[in-house]
Design a binder for this molecule. Structure first.
Ligand code: AMP
Ligand code: ZN
Length: 115
């Protein structure tokens, strides 16, 4: 399958690893939007949040069980935000489920800052 995050998990594409266990892999975003910008992904190809099912949701639980530790390892000492873009309108560009963990600075509260 031609999935860049599956290739990162397989070690075929290099990544800056932050954390890994049997279920999940976490690495630095190549184009960070904050001092801490980590992507956390399941070690199973799930295309997006739309594809989460009873059968594969254990991967999502495992991701959220480890996010507090991953955020600290990434340098988000005073809080962090978790984002998952799902589909075209949200701007999803990589169709392997991933959660952005963003922090390391004060973040703007609104999605539309002019609001
Ligand atoms: P999204 O727009 O939510 O699908 O996010 C995809 C994210 O993957 C973007 O923030 C990219 O910067 C990031 N990304 C794409 N390719 C790589 C890569 N090879 N290593 C690390 N991050 C990547
Ligand atoms: Zn994949």
């Amino acid at each position: 399958m031609d999935c860049i995050f599956c290739k990162i998990i397989a070690g075929e594409i290099p990544s800056a690893k932050i954390f890994e266990n049997e279920w999940i892999y976490a690495f630095k975003d190549i184009n960070p939007e904050a001092p801490c910008h980590i992507l956390v992904i399941p070690k199973k190809h799930i295309a997006s949040m739309d594809e989460i099912t009873e059968e594969n949701s254990v991967y999502v639980s495992k991701i959220f069980e480890s996010i507090p530790e991953i955020a600290k390892l990434g340098g988000a000492e005073n809080g962090y935000r978790v984002i998952s873009n799902c589909g075209k309108d949200a701007g999803q560009t990589v169709f392997h489920l991933h959660f952005h963990v963003i922090g390391g600075t004060e973040l703007p509260i609104h999605v539309f800052p002019e609001k």
